[in-house]
Design a binder for this molecule. Sequence first.
Ligand code: ADP
Ligand code: MG
Length: 462
Amino acid sequence: MKASGLDSQLNAKWARVRGRLRSEYGEQAYRSWLKPLTLVGHDNGAFKIAVPTRFIRDWVMQHYSDRLRQLLAGEVNEFRAVEIVVDSAKAPADAEASQPAYLQAAPAAVAELPSPGPGADDVSAPLDPRFTFENFVVGKSNELAYAAARRVAESKTVPFNPLFLYGGVGLGKTHLMHAIAWHIKKAQPERRVIYLSAEKFMYQFIRALRHKNTMAFKEQFRSVDVLMIDDVQFISGKDSTQEEFFHTFNALVDQNRQVVISADKSPSDLEGLEERMRSRLGWGLVADIHPTTYELRLGILQNKGEQLGAEIPPKVLEFLAHKILSNVRELEGALNRIVAHATLVGRPVTLETTQEVLHDLLRANDRRVTIEEIQRKVAEHFNIKISEMQSARRARAVARPRQVAMYLAKQLTSRSLPEIGRKFGGRDHTTVMHAVRKVEELRSTDSSFSEDVDLLRRMLEA
Ligand code: ADP
Ligand code: MG
């Protein structure tokens, strides 16, 4: 069946799906990968889509097929499957013009994402089209990291070197790095940007050692304008790669090239890294991403819900923001699951179905930490007796730790303010509210206090 032979209703549905893909993944990704998709057949909910090359097919399958499936399932009730076939003859009429430039020039040599700058493709990892600044929701916990990343992406010079981003898993480090790369590719395409994980960096280096072409390796890295290395905690230990990383790093910084690094810990806490390396990493701007707040979680859910194009009651979003505290990745996973479920069974999302669909995840998040554990850890940390958590004493040496414990109880558990108050010697919910505000206020003015609280939080979440 040819596209023109498909009924007009189906064509309209297909056009809607394409429109969504375009707005979700952006113009660049759309033109390279999604525009070449042609709907060539539809039979009782089974879609057949043609693409002009195998390479595009593989790429689409790997990166876009889940979303494509979701969107098609949202359009037809009887949705069953999507099949992607390679058929150069069935490419769209304007295929020539719409082909990415690299396909027109050298159809046989396609191997990586289309990106400017000779050689950059060899080492740079593919960028996720969703990880842009536009898709990044900013809140208190990540505003410094966000502002710093934007600054690096937007300046023509090097504002601080290196930019060191750190924070726990799933809090948006990789997202921000990709966003920097996307932005520079668009605004200053002449600058060469390399983004890769520290693991891949090590792998490439070891391979170069084995093939005795470390010169080429060095050249590759030392001629970039912006080098971004993700998750450098993986570099620690491996001596020769650490050495090479250090040299590369120094060479780039000396030539005033931008370096962006991410890790799960601050430079000074990176174990297994040489002291000179640790101190050098902290010379530029060190921006940490704190665990999410309720407001940020809610903002991310609203944003993501809109992107998914699903009707999700605000109550459900609030519920998820309260319950899923671990990280953004898990939060997104939860939302995807309830939307997929609703699409499949053809019923709207409700609080009940959400609890049902996510019961395992919710339990895991609930089990994460109890108020008793929080009280114990906080008391240990501040070196006070655990009984002080319930006592009526108001001396600051015990009142402050008690407030921290209340604050953490609010952040890390799903208990209500009155419930928390009861666990702290039968205090009123307004006392808990006051404690939460007080701790927030102190955190914004006293960075060492803030670090203490984060440390406690990480220990409790571990
Ligand atoms: P990390 O690299 O810190 O482990 P990622 O950058 O991979 O975390 O983020 C995990 C997921 O959460 C990604 O899908 C990312 O898009 C999303 N995410 C994290 N923070 C935000 C945010 N502030 N706004 C929108 N999405 C976010
Ligand atoms: Mg990451």
